[in-house]
Design a protein around this ligand. Structure first.
Ligand code: NDP
Ligand code: OXD
Length: 322
């Protein structure tokens, strides 16, 4: 048996994915959407689609797939699939891959070190041609608290621990990770935040996490730690933090600094006040990009497993939303 695959990825160049998938899945028909996340062809072609590989597909496309059997996200997150409410009731899988995981841990380490090593001040000093050494806490004096101890959070915790940071984590269900002080659920949140100097957000965007990182939560982070104030790093989804609250917290000292890779609206509009925050690092949703060379094999393997009636890997629980 071989089926028809629709690949659609809003804003991406889809060609490198299509060529790799075609090589890995001979005998399958592959059709591709456009850069707007739409499929310009007729409904009759979409009626033949068995498998959807997608990043931010439009609601219109999702509603035009009557014979769909399997959906895979092109990334680790799946909120973009649920966003429209039009996703057919079929199996959903996501990416779990060492390449993507390593990229995320690099980003988290990079940003934690930027704030530890006073990157903003040294950038300003360089611009002003000032040679001046600043007081410097050791990593062991700083606690990084990771929200979300899944695939990415657990790996980042290990990397940060090896650098020397104290590491704690918070998840929905209890966890036990070597070298990581673990907290869970709403009951553990206060204690988790109260000992955290750098908050790293790695929870998926779900109905439970939307707007979780608001002003009240930021005020519960440890004050008086070795950095001189708390720091926020969000590499998960923009919808998890409340943008206006982060801007206010950066302005009034509730936050010493922040790094945001993800935003409620992407691309971040030029008029956003975030661009003007001089204690904020902005990156354009690149913490862990999906690399076709690394990930196409996994996407093809999932389709082959499905066709052989074998179990799928990295299944998403629709009721939890991740
Ligand atoms: P996982 O599903 O492996 O882990 C999610 C973690 O979040 C789990 O520990 C889970 O708890 C926890 N969690 C979920 N909901 C809650 C909640 N309500 N309260 C407390 N904890 C919660 O996901 P990944 O680690 O693979 O990925 C995390 C996210 O990172 C993705 O969903 C995506 O949005 C984002 N991402 C961003 C990228 C970027 O480039 N910026 C790249 C890749 C991913 P439990 O373990 O108990 O289930
Ligand atoms: C992902 C992402 O979810 O890149 O993989 O955001």
């Amino acid at each position: 048996m071989s089926g028809t695959i629709l690949v659609v990825a809003r804003g991406w160049n889809i060609e490198p994915w299509v060529s790799r998938l075609a090589a890995a899945l001979p005998g399958h028909r592959i059709i591709a959407g456009d850069r707007e996340g739409e499929y310009p062809g007729p409904d009759s072609e979409l009626a033949e689609v068995d498998y959807l590989l997608a990043w931010k597909p439009s609601a219109t496309i999702l509603g035009r797939l009557p014979n769909l059997k399997l959906v895979s996200s092109f990334g680790a997150g799946v909120d973009h699939l649920f966003a429209s409410g039009a996703l057919p009731d079929v199996a959903i899988v996501r990416i779990v891959d060492p390449d993507l995981t390593a990229r995320m841990s690099e980003y988290v380490a990079w940003q934690c070190l930027h704030h530890l090593r006073r990157g903003f001040e040294y950038n300003r000093q360089q611009t002003a041609r000032i040679w001046d050494d600043l007081p410097q806490p050791a990593a062991r004096e700083v606690t990084v608290g990771i929200m979300g101890l899944g695939v990415l959070g657990a790996d980042a915790a290990g990397v940060l621990g090896r650098i020397g940071f104290e590491v704690r984590g918070w998840s929905r269900t209890p966890k036990a990770l070597d070298g990581v002080k673990c907290f869970a659920d709403a009951d553990g949140l206060d204690a988790f935040l109260g000992g955290t100097d750098i908050l790293v957000v790695l929870v998926p965007l779900t109905k439970d996490t939307r707007g979780l990182v608001d002003r009240a939560l930021l005020q519960r982070l440890r004050r008086g730690g070795a950095l001189g104030g708390p720091v926020l790093i969000n590499a998960a989804r923009g919808g998890v933090h409340v943008e206006a609250d982060v801007i206010a917290a950066l302005a009034d000292g509730t936050l010493l600094g922040a790094s945001l890779d993800v935003f409620a609206k992407e691309p971040l509009p030029p008029e956003s006040p975030l661009w003007g925050c001089d204690n904020l690092v902005i990156t354009p949703h690149v913490a862990a990009v999906s690399d076709p060379a690394a990930l196409s094999g996994q996407l093809a393997a999932q389709i082959r497993a499905f066709e052989r009636g074998e179990p799928l890997r990295n299944r998403v629980d629709r009721s939890r939303g991740y």
